[in-house]
Design a protein. Sequence first.
Lengths: 104, 762
Amino acid sequence: MGSSGVSIELYVLLSAVLFIMGTIGVLLRRNAILVFMSVELMLNAANLALVAFARQWAGGDGHLMVFFVMTVAAAEVAVGLALIVAIFRTKKSIDIDNLHLFKE
Amino acid sequence: MENFFNLVPLVVLIPLAGMLINLFAGKHLGERGVGIVGAGASALTFFVAVLLWIAQVNTGYKAAVVDMPLLADWITIPSANVTIPWAFRVDTLSVTMMLVVTGVGTLIHIYAIGYMHGDERFPRFFVYMNMFLLFMLILVTGNNFLMMFVGWEGVGLCSYLLIGFWFDKPKGVGWRNSDAARKAFIVNRVGDFGLVLGVLITFWTFGTLDFYHPGEEPIAHHAEAAEEPRLFVPPIPQEEKAHQPEGPLGVFNQAEVWLEEGGHKVDFGMVSLSFETTLTLITLLFLLGATGKSAQIPLFVWLPDAMAGPTPVSALIHAATMVTAGVYMMVRANVFYHAAELTSFVVAVIGATTALVAGFIAVGQWDIKRVLAYSTVSQLGFMVAAVGVGAYAAAMFHLVTHACFKALLFLGSGSVIHGMEHGHHHVTHGHPSHLDDDFDPQDMRFMGGLKERMPVTYWTYLFGTLALAGIIPFAGFWSKDEILLDSLKAGVNKGLLGGYIAFVLLLTAAAFTAFYMWRQVSLIFLGKPRHAAAAHAEESARVMTVPLIILAALSLLIGFINVPGGFPILDWILGKHQFTSFLEHSVTYAHAGTFNFLLATFAVLLALGAIYLARSVYSEPVLATLRRDPLEVDPRTQRGFALANAKLYWDEFYFTYIVYPYRNAAYWLAQEVDWRFWHDYVHNRLIRDPFNAATAVLTWRVDKGLIDRAFDGLGWLTRRVGQRLRTIQTGYVHMYALSVLFGALLVMFLILVPLIRDWLGL
C-alpha cells in the first residue's frame, strides 16, 4: 500500500476516459494509423486499470497481466504497422473506408 | 551283382535329363547336338537295361525292389496306414520290357535324326520322344499300380503330343493331324477310366497297390516246366520259392492266398462281393483300359488315325512299345486273369476278333501306314488273345518279336515315304503345282517298282514282311505259332471255349496277315513305277538304313530266344523256350509251349498260300496299270473289298450312334438347358428381373426421391440463408468495430443487470 493519497476511483475514472476516447477514435477516425493509435490507447487504458487494481489489492497478478498486454501489443504493432505499410504501397491510401475488399 | 539293381532309377533319370537338356538348350545345340542328346539318352538307358538284365541272370533271377531317391515316401497317409512308395521293380518281366523299349527306342531315335532332318521343330520332337521313354519306363518299372498308371497317362500324353506334332501343315492336313491326336486322347480316356476304376477297386480290396512287397517272391506254379532240363537258364529252386516273408503281402500273393483259402469276401459298403467276383470285376475294368491303350475292339479306332504322327512315332509308340502297355499290364496281372475265367474268355474273344477284323480291314487300305496300323491292331489282338487263353509267355514273346519287325516295317515305310517325297521334289523341282495336286507320298497307288530304287529298304522290308507273315525261321513264326498252339491247347486240354474261338479266328487272321503284307510289298516295291515320283525315288541316308538293317537282323533272329521244346535240332542248340523260362521267374502263370509239327506246318503253308494268292492277284501285268485294286474290280470280292476299304464302317457306326447323339445331347444341354433354362429363365427371369425391379425402386424412390431431395433441400436452405446473411456484411471496419462495441455493451449490460438488481435488492 503506497503513501500516495490518490484514490482508486480517480485511476479508474482516468482509465475509463482514456478507453472511451480510444473507442471513439477507433469508431470515428478513417486513418488507419490513427485507428491503430486509438486501439493502443484502449489497451493502455485497460493497463492503467489493471495496475490500479493491482495496487489496490496489493497483488502481483495485475502487474503480470500488464506485461503480457504490453508484450502482445508490441508484437501486434509490429505486424499491424507492417500491414499498413503494405496496404499503402498497393493502394496509395490508408483510409480504412476504402478497405473493404472482402465484401466484393 | 545285386548292387546293379540300384542303377534302376537311371532308366527314368537319363531320359529325363535328355528331355530337359533338349527342352532348355535344344535351340542352341543344333540338329546334330539335339540328335546326339536324344538318341544318346536312349542308348544310355538301353545300356543300363542291359546291365540290369546281366544282374538278373547272375543273381538267379531274383526280383529287386528299389526305391527312387527322394521319392521313397511318394504317397504316405500314416493315419490310414497307406503307403505307396515310388519304387522300381526289377524282375524278368520289367527287364524284358525295358530292353524292348530302350533297344527298339534307340534304333528309332537314331533313325529319327535322319527322318526329322530339316523339321522346324526338330528339338521339340526329341523332347517328346525322351519324355515318352521316361513315362514308358515308369510304366514298366513301377512296383505298384499307381506308378503304372502315372506312366500309362504319361505315354498317352506323349502319344497325343506326337500324333499332333504336325498340327500346322497346310491345306487342312494340320487339322486332320490334330483331330487324330484328339481322337486318340479322348478314346484313350474311355479306357483309362476303366483302368483307374480297376486300380481303385484293387486298392479297396487289398489295401495296397504294390505288386509284391520288397523281399517277397511270387508264389510259384510251374511244376510241369521245371521237369525239363535247361541249358542256359538254371532251374528255379523250389524250396527257396516256398519261403515267404511274414507280414502283409503284395496284391498278387495276397490274391493267391485268398483264392487258396476260398470264401473270402470283399465289402463295398452297399454290396459285398465274393473275392472271385471282385477279381472278375477288376480284370474286366483292366481289360477296358487295355482295349484303349492296346487298340482292341471296341476302342481300336484311334490307332489307324494316329498314323498322322511322324513315322518314327508310329514305329516307337504306336507299334512297338506304348500300344503293348495293355498287354504288359495284363501279363503283369496274370494272377488275376488266371483266376478270372469269365474275363479270360472275354479277353480271348476280343483279342481274336480284333486280330481278324483289323487283318480284314488292312486288305482294303491304300495308305502305306494305315495298312501297317491295322496290322498292328491285328497283332495286338494276337497278344491279347494269348493273354485270354492263359499263354502269358507267348503274349510277351509276340510282344518282343512284334516290336522288332513292326518297328522295322514302320521305319521301312518311313523310308519309302521319304524316298517318294524326294522323288516328287525332284520331278517338280520344288513346285508341287507343276505335276498334280492329289499326289500323296503315302498312297501305294503312286508307288511301284521301288525295289530297284531303294534296295536296302526293299530287302529289310521283305524281312519284316516275312516275319509278320510268320514264315519260318523269321521271328514272327515262333511267337505266332506259340500263340496258335496255346489257344488250341487251351481249347482241347482245358476245354475252354475261348481257346477254340481264338484258334479259329487267329488262324484266319494269320492268313489275312500274309495276304495284306504281300499285297503291300507288291504295290510298293514290285512292278514298274506308276508315278514319276516313284521313278525318281531315292534310297534314304545311312542314318536311316542302318537301323533298318539292325532291325531286319533282329526280325530274323529274335525268335530264336524262345524255340519251343521239341523242335528238331534247334531246341538242342539254342535251348528250349529260354525266354519263357526267363519270364517264369516273374510271370507266375507263364508256361512253356511245346512244338507241334502239324500245326506249325499248317500255319506256314497257310501263310505261304496266302502269299501265293496275293502274288497271283497282284501280278506284274496287273501292277503295271494299276488304277483300282483287282479285288475291287472282281465281282466276287467287290463287296468285301469295299467293306474293308470303308473300315467296316466302324467309325461311321461310332459317329452315328455315339458321337452325333453325344454332340446333339451336348448341343441340347447347351442350348436348351444351359442357355434357355438356366440363363434365360432362371438367371434372367427369376433373378435378374426382380433384382432390377427392386433396385429401380431403391434408386428412383428411396435414393433419388427421398435422400437426394432431403440433402438438396438442406443445401438450398443453407444457400438461401447465406444469401440473406451476407447483406449485413458491409466490409467497413467501422461497422465491425461498432458491432464489437455493441456486443461488448450488451455483455456488460447482461452482467450488470443482475448486479444492479441485487444492489437494489429486487
